[in-house]
Design a protein around this ligand. Structure first.
Ligand SMILES: [Zn+2]
Ligand SMILES: [Zn+2]
Length: 272
């Protein structure tokens, strides 16, 4: 009876490629689609988790800015080198310690997984996505300090329309693997913000500024904590920054963030 019920609840075909599921499959997305999640190109920046534009810049022969699009030092060049500054870190709020993401949003099956979770009602796909988010590597201090996962809240209107918060589904999937609680009520969205999809980076920052707040009754809980924000995708970091700002104003000491997808920047190296 249970197997029959599961057959009713689960799709007969993969939610992404529509290929019929193998008999006995308990998934929403097929193994082939899951294997096409493209990881971010290594090496990643230790803080923001973005693919490094360049590996190292020789101290003596630093190229003038703009002369080499990739910034990669010519091969064979020896001598002391320093790590090139990360181009993505300056986007982040100073209280953000580290950000990690699973995949790029312009390649592989990652974008289709996010679409299935957010717009097609397949909330169960968050389990496979969260499992991959939980396996990302972090600096040691994040591993030892993280106190709780905090999903980016949706506005009440958006929550009513969608019926669930996709970030909450992802946090719930990560929590058992991290042995970490999910604190869903420490951050609230104060007002309905416009969808970020068609906005420029500066419009996004204005759109979400002061969009979040910590309820009075949760201030004591946050004091001194290192919290990990959870969202489906990071694009300009405007949402993460606004949420981090509210958490720190509410007493948190430091904030990290984990997302499934990451919008690419022009000039990124690719892994595929
Ligand atoms: Zn598939
Ligand atoms: Zn960085």
């Amino acid at each position: 009876m249970l197997a029959g019920l599961l057959q009713l609840l689960l799709p007969a075909a993969c939610a992404i490629c529509r290929a019929p599921h193998e008999p006995g499959s308990d998934g929403i997305v097929c193994g082939s689609c899951l294997s096409r999640i493209v990881p971010l190109a290594l090496p990643l920046c230790a803080r923001c988790g973005h693919p490094r534009y360049s590996l190292a810049v020789p101290l003596a022969q630093e190229a003038p800015s703009g002369s080499a699009p990739s910034g990669i030092a010519p091969s064979g060049m020896s001598g002391p080198k320093r790590a090139a500054p990360c181009a993505w870190c300056p986007h982040l709020h100073p209280a953000i310690r580290a950000v990690r993401s699973v995949t790029r949003m312009d390649d592989g099956s990652g974008p289709a997984l996010v679409h299935a979770l957010k717009y097609q009602g397949w909330r169960g796909v968050a389990v496979a996505m969260g499992r991959r988010m939980a396996r990302l590597s972090w600096p040691d201090d994040v591993l030892s300090e993280r106190a709780a996962l905090v999903p980016i809240p949706l506005s009440r209107t958006r929550l009513r329309e969608r019926g669930y918060n996709q970030a909450q589904c992802l946090a719930d999937a990560i929590a058992p693997m991290w042995h970490c609680p999910v604190w869903s009520d420490v951050l609230v969205r104060m007002r309905d913000t416009q969808s970020q999809v068609r906005l420029t980076p500066s419009e996004r920052a204005v759109n979400v500024s002061r969009a979040f707040a910590v309820p009075q009754g949760r201030l004591a809980q946050l004091r001194g904590a290192h919290l990990v924000l959870v969202d489906d995708v990071v694009t300009t970091a405007a949402t993460l920054n606004a949420a981090a700002e509210a958490l720190v104003a509410g007493g948190a000491r430091i904030v990290s963030a984990v997302t499934f997808g990451r919008a690419p920047d022009p000039g990124d190296r690719t892994a595929s």
